[in-house]
Design a protein around this ligand. Structure first.
Ligand code: PEP
Length: 250
């Protein structure tokens, strides 16, 4: 059975002090339901200290460079992240694709390098409003997946976490309905089945992201192919982050 994986994404929010206070408080109060996994993607500056104070919350990076080292001013390599104990890294977030020239080719390089180093990539994909309105979502996502997973073998593909995040739903308060999100995520699983096998695709965790909050999270996660959420706004305050883990079953 696939786990439900809920990761917060703080983006460019929180000083180191604020980040530590959040994780200490959240660790004290977090009641993780069976089969759930919690994580926070924090700014680079906080990662090292957060690794020291976290227990049940996975500390995730928001980006990495695909080269081991070199003349890449301002970049952070995978061995640097691995050196402080980071195990999960977001790649291809739409904000990086749109504002920092991330392409499917660089995302593919990052995916390969992370898997070679034994880290878990959180591979983001998702369409713009324009693509959504012109009903080309599946074609667009298919291309992102085919290019992003180029040369990734079966045994590595199943370790990737995929986050489907329609750009029109990120930070806008507009969420895809649970059924809409399920339809696209089911298609993503079918695309992965065609590239790999049904068995490989059935093991891949696929999250939904885009204005997930404590009120809509359980409906979204009740869909059969949706295995978790990547959450921006509602992960900034401890209380709303913790509420994401209050399941209907309890
Ligand atoms: C995100 O940052 O990936 C995200 C989905 O943000 P929000 O939850 O605020 O829409």
């Amino acid at each position: 059975m696939r786990k439900k994986v809920i990761f917060g994404n703080w983006k460019m929010f929180k000083t180191n002090k604020e980040a530590i206070e959040f994780i200490q408080d959240a660790e004290n109060k977090l009641k993780l339901p069976n089969n759930y996994v919690a994580g926070i993607a924090a700014p680079f500056t906080a990662l090292s200290d957060l690794k020291k104070v976290s227990k049940n919350i996975i500390i995730c990076a928001q980006n990495c460079h695909f080269k081991t080292n070199g003349a890449y001013t301002g970049e952070i390599s995978i061995p640097m992240l691995k050196g402080i104990g980071i195990t999960h890294v977001i790649i291809g977030h739409s904000e990086r694709r749109e504002m920092f020239a991330e392409t499917s080719e660089t995302v593919n390089e990052k995916l390969k390098s992370l898997l070679n180093e034994g880290l878990t990539p959180v591979f983001c994909c998702g369409e713009s409003l324009e693509i959504y309105e012109s009903k080309k979502t599946i074609d667009f996502i298919k291309e992102q997946i085919i290019k992003g997973f180029k040369d990734i073998k079966d045994s590595d593909a199943e370790k990737v976490i995929v986050a489907y995040e329609p750009i029109w739903a990120i930070g806008t308060g507009k969420t895809a309905s649970p059924e809409q999100a399920q339809d696209v995520i089911k298609s993503i699983r079918d695309i992965l089945s065609n590239i790999y096998t049904k068995d490989v695709a059935s093991k891949i965790i696929i999250q939904y992201g885009g204005s997930v909050n404590p009120k809509n999270v359980n409906n979204i996660l009740s869909q059969p192919d949706i295995d978790g959420a990547l959450v921006g706004g509602s992960s900034i305050e401890v209380s709303s982050f913790l509420e994401l883990f209050k399941t209907n079953e309890k």
